[in-house]
Design a protein around this ligand. Structure first.
Ligand code: 5GP
Length: 190
């Protein structure tokens, strides 16, 4: 099978520039395809079912967990579950594409453990906690308390960095993109 059913897993503390990097890569390498997770939380704003997430009711989510339909799932926030359906992997693999995950550290490490050599896990590191704080403040979407919470969470997430296959420090975006492109191209080729 084309690309031997591979997956790329990206994880980063919020504000590390992960979305920018993933969106750039998806445009750059057309055989990459974003994995849409399922969630039991309600859609926010303009979110559409099957675009940002597959939105399931809590009951339906639990039923599918019991059926063994998930590759992995987690209660990321209390009361809100998120996970990847096995059907999503095959939807993408059946096209000969490579699955791209944007997922929290725990989910990332779980998927790596399950898929082993088929998976490349990449941690995107903010240059420093101070810089991360500066970016979150600059983004001006969060209250000071929310920023404090995100910083605390970021510190915890950074502690998992050594368990990833590769780490990219997003100090200078152009440099980070070049490094990522090389790592990903090598992984696709081999
Ligand atoms: P939200 O979209 O509600 O702002 O938050 C998403 C959170 O859930 C992020 O931390 C994201 O990494 C995590 N998440 C999204 N999809 C999945 C998934 O399929 N599995 C796991 N374990 N976490 C997910």
């Amino acid at each position: 099978m084309l690309h031997q059913n591979k997956v790329l897993i990206f994880s980063a503390p919020s504000g590390a520039g992960k979305s920018t990097i993933i969106n750039w890569l998806l445009k750059e390498i057309p055989t990459l395809e974003f994995s849409i997770s399922a969630t039991s939380r309600s859609p926010r704003g303009k979110e559409k079912d099957g675009v940002e997430y597959y939105f399931l009711s809590e009951e339906e989510f639990k039923k599918r967990v019991d059926n063994g339909d998930f590759l992995e799932w987690e209660e990321v926030y209390s009361g809100s579950c998120y996970g990847t359906l096995n059907s999503e992997l095959y939807r993408i693999w059946d096209k000969g594409h490579i699955v791209v995950f944007d997922i929290d550290v725990q989910g990332a490490l779980n998927i790596k453990k399950i898929l082993g050599e088929k998976a490349l896990s990449i941690f995107i590191m903010p240059p420093s906690i101070e810089e991360l704080q500066r970016r979150l403040v600059g983004r001006a979407t969060d209250t000071p308390e929310a920023i404090e919470k995100r910083i605390a969470k970021a510190k915890e997430e950074i502690s998992f960095q050594p368990y990833f296959d590769a780490t990219i420090v997003n100090d200078d975006l152009a440099t980070a993109l070049k490094e990522i492109q090389k790592i990903v191209s090598d992984f696709i080729r081999n």
